[in-house]
Write a protein that binds this ligand. Structure first.
Ligand code: PMP
Length: 406
């Protein structure tokens, strides 16, 4: 059961696929479109961001379409960073950020999210210390990458936290914040996604990046975008004219239509987004319960595709701890446990040390990341295997105790 990589293993909604079929049947939509984005899509995005950010967003100058959020972040990093500049990355963090900073000749500086295991009534919560953030910034700091909702923790930064970050940003005039918000519509328990760019004084200092992949369960379509002040967007548009020149027209046309349809009632819910959130919330609850049953301590996410669990008390067999592979010459505990779960129990997950730089990998020793974006059948099978693992462990433990007593 693959609870590793974050992609949904069920069909995309019919209205999304139909929009693509309709798009390819319109002959002119099979040719190159405007380099900075198909007009139908950038107009649809500008009207939504105008509402969300509380200001008029210009569809021609303040929005541009990219090949997924990944390429948006790449173009932004290339456009904004020069050799010698620094980019602050919050750890754990999506692994492409540091690689992209390196490709632009910059230096990645890490600031950790710290897990407070006793917060949220004992369920745990991830905290960013704004003083640690402030201490990491220097006159060389050019970028701060802020991912909310956050991969891999599922943390959603609150308005108060964002206001704290905004105060730090305001004291560094060269700093631009790349706000990676690809999980913006996947929030749970009524949790509000607040955009840093909507906080007073932050529009000029932020570029908001998102994508259609997670929202419409079409991660393979790779339609992403960025929204921000025109001076910065102009540099991204210039970079993109030399990088991808034009994002596929039919996928852009289809996402423009899907965005309109998504605002309408869907499956008994007021909008498609309500239905999406309810579906994922159910999956989140199943995975959290299964991990608890397996003796782990999941930190229930407020958003996104993943659950991070603490694994204190779950045995990482000694043979895995000493075993190494070409991709992992020194076996950390999270790698060992992920390999044990995958090989011996048939449940694949991700060792979160992958989301930390070399120096900080030990911070992930007692963590594992599980994807929830899988069919209910796959999640039920994974839950059954994890329960079996826990029962076998308990039986073995009881056997050892009896042997010791004899
Ligand atoms: N940002 C984050 C935080 C992600 O988790 C992902 C996908 N895993 C991306 C960006 C990439 O988005 P896209 O597929 O649109 O390039």
């Amino acid at each position: 059961m693959n609870l590793g990589q974050g992609f949904p293993n069920w069909p995309a909604p019919a209205f999304v696929k139909e929009a693509m079929v309709e798009a390819v049947m319109v002959d002119e939509e099979n040719q190159y479109t405007r380099s900075a984005g198909h007009p139908a899509l950038v107009k649809a995005l500008a009207s939504r961001y105008s509402r969300w950010l509380g200001r008029e967003v210009d569809w021609q100058k303040e929005v541009t379409v990219c090949v997924g959020a990944t390429e948006a972040l790449f173009a932004l990093t290339q456009a904004l960073m020069s050799p010698g500049d620094e980019a602050v990355i919050i750890e754990p963090g999506f692994d492409i950020y540091a690689a992209q900073v390196k490709m632009a000749g910059g230096e990645a500086v890490r600031v950790p999210l710290r897990l407070d295991p006793d917060a949220a009534g004992g369920a745990g919560s991830w905290v960013l210390d704004t003083e640690e953030l402030a201490a990491a910034l220097t006159p060389k700091s050019r970028l701060l990458v802020l991912n909310t909702p956050h991969n891999p923790t599922g943390k959603v930064f609150t308005r108060e936290e964002l206001e704290g970050i905004a105060r730090v940003v305001l004291s560094h005039p060269r700093l631009v914040v790349l706000c990676d918000e690809v999980y913006e519509h996947l929030t749970y328990d009524g949790c509000e996604h607040v955009r840093l760019a909507s906080i007073p004084g932050m529009w000029e200092r932020c570029v908001t990046v998102s994508s259609s992949g997670k929202t419409f369960s079409v991660t393979g379509w790779k339609v992403g975008w960025c929204v921000g002040p025109r001076e910065i967007l102009r540099s991204v548009m210039t970079a993109n004219a030399w990088v991808q020149f034009s994002v596929p027209t039919p996928t852009q046309a289809a996402i423009a239509k899907a965005l309109d349809r998504a605002d309408e009632p869907y499956g008994g819910f007021p909008t498609y987004y309500h239905s999406l959130r309810a579906e994922y919330e159910g999956k989140r609850d199943v995975v959290v319960a299964a991990l608890r049953r397996a003796g782990m301590q999941p930190v229930p996410p407020s958003a996104g595709y993943f659950v991070m669990a603490r694994t204190v008390g779950v045995d990482a067999p000694a043979e895995y701890m000493t075993h190494s592979t070409p991709s992992c010459p020194v076996m950390t505990r999270d790698w060992a446990l992920a390999r044990h779960l995958t090989i011996d129990h048939g449940v694949a997950c991700i060792p979160p040390s992958a989301f930390y730089c070399e120096r900080n990998k030990p911070m992930a020793a007692d963590l594992l990341r599980f994807a929830i974006c899988k069919t209910d059948e796959e999640l039920a099978k994974a839950a059954a295997r994890l329960a079996e693992m826990a029962d076998r462990g308990a039986a073995a433990g009881a056997g050892e105790e009896a042997a010791a007593a004899e």
